[in-house]
Design a protein around this ligand. Structure first.
Ligand SMILES: NC(=O)c1ccc[n+]([C@@H]2O[C@H](COP(=O)([O-])OP(=O)(O)OC[C@H]3O[C@@H](n4cnc5c(N)ncnc54)[C@H](O)[C@@H]3O)[C@@H](O)[C@H]2O)c1
Length: 365
């Protein structure tokens, strides 16, 4: 059985995008893609790691259904999420005769999803695409909500658009080949959903550390399903990130500055975890969050194997200056997502600089 979550966006015309979640359902996903996004030609785009894991398999499934299908690939890793790779992939699309009657299939993690969706939004003034996310990060976060993007030398995701997929098709079985570090990386976003929106999810995580590490099927289904549901609800209210969607940034303001200051040697999950701890400490010190809840957050992050601290080698001034240049800041104020309590986040643009500095320093061991 596959679980179905429908994301509906009310704009000039209503647009809806269905998220399907199941276990060992790649065959079914082939069928669902052809029903949801019928096309004359499918092009699967995946990275070099994902190609042997499931790229050829999904292509065979579609070909057996008499669908014209090509697969194109690029080197795995964040360093590929740039304009050169995008142009190289676009050249391949031109060679293959891809047009608006084609559908692109983003098969992979967030790097693939962000880049394919970006290409889909600009190639021939937009072509349809679907997501088949293969990392936990992509299944719970990047494949939902239509944010597309590539990195520039000046910073991450600086070129991008909002462009919704025709559907997101999640096979939880694909998580089984995921390296442990990537599973933990994605868990940071799940913890974030628990903190900002769903105390029940937070409690499930606290009670099931071992099950998560063993990738227990039922548990992963619950975790991914609840996470997709939360993201869907927030995106439905604020597709383009001008209001409530900003609460999804919990831990990310500090986290992005840490990632960049480490030249991306610290993983997104670990950087966001340190950022979530920083934001919880700011919330406590500002008199909003109880010490008991702040401690629960720190305990869960540690128990999952995420790092809540940052190395001594990182330059605090560098992190602070990157915070001040955050692309989501407004004028001179940095918008932090703080907590009144678990499940009750709010945006605060007036955290003072001394508290910011003291908090970042406190993240070093
Ligand atoms: N658009 C959004 O809303 C959004 C949200 C969060 C993150 N992101 C973006 O997502 C990116 C990070 O995504 P990610 O963490 O998935 O990284 P990723 O896409 O680089 O994947 C991580 C690694 O896992 C490998 N991999 C993928 N699926 C696998 C599988 N099933 N088995 C084994 N290995 C597999 C990949 O080849 C890669 O080496 C960042 O660029 C970030 O900016 C976007």
């Amino acid at each position: 059985m596959m679980k179905k979550i429908t994301l509906t966006l009310e704009r000039h015309s209503t647009c809806s995008c269905v998220i399907h979640i199941g276990y060992n359902v790649l065959d079914r996903i082939g069928l669902l893609i052809t029903n949801t996004a019928p096309a004359h030609h499918y092009v699967i785009i995946c990275d070099s790691n994902v190609l042997p894991l499931c790229g050829e398999k999904l292509a065979d499934i579609l070909r057996k259904m008499k669908q014209r299908t090509d697969v194109i690939t690029f080197p795995a890793g964040e360093s590929s999420k740039n304009i050169d790779t995008a142009i190289a992939l676009i050249s391949r699309l031109i060679d293959l005769g891809v047009d608006r009657s084609s559908v692109l299939i983003a098969l992979g993690g967030g790097v693939t999803g962000d880049m394919v969706s970006f290409i889909a939004s600009i190639y021939m003034r937009s072509v349809p695409y679907v997501h088949v996310p293969t990392t936990l990060m992509a299944q719970v976060d990047s494949s939902i909500g239509g944010k597309t993007g590539i990195d520039l030398s000046f910073g991450k995701n600086l070129l991008g658009t909002f462009y919704q997929p025709r559907g997101t098709f999640i096979d939880l079985q694909l998580l089984e080949t995921l390296p442990k570090s990537e599973l933990i990386n994605g868990m940071a976003e799940v913890v974030k959903y628990g903190i900002i929106d769903d105390i029940e999810l937070f409690g499930i995580l606290e009670k099931n550390i071992e099950g998560i590490q063993k990738r227990n099927k039922k548990l992963m289904e619950t975790i991914v399903g609840k996470s997709c549901g939360i993201k869907k609800e927030i995106v439905e209210i604020d597709e383009t990130d001008i209001g409530i969607r900003r609460i999804l940034n919990f831990g990310h303001t500090i986290g992005h500055a840490i990632e960049a200051a480490s030249s991306y040697t610290i993983s997104h999950g670990n950087a966001v975890s340190a950022g979530m701890i920083g934001s919880a400490r700011i919330s406590e010190k500002s008199g909003y969050l109880s010490s008991a809840e702040r401690k629960r957050i720190e305990k869960l992050i540690g128990a999952l194997g995420l790092s809540g601290s940052i190395p001594d080698s990182l330059d605090i001034e560098d992190i602070l200056s990157r915070l001040k240049n955050d692309k989501k800041k407004e004028g001179d104020s940095i918008n932090f997502v703080l907590l009144k309590k678990l499940g009750v986040p709010f945006i605060n643009g007036s955290v003072n600089e001394d508290l910011m500095k003291e908090t970042i320093e406190g993240l070093q061991p």
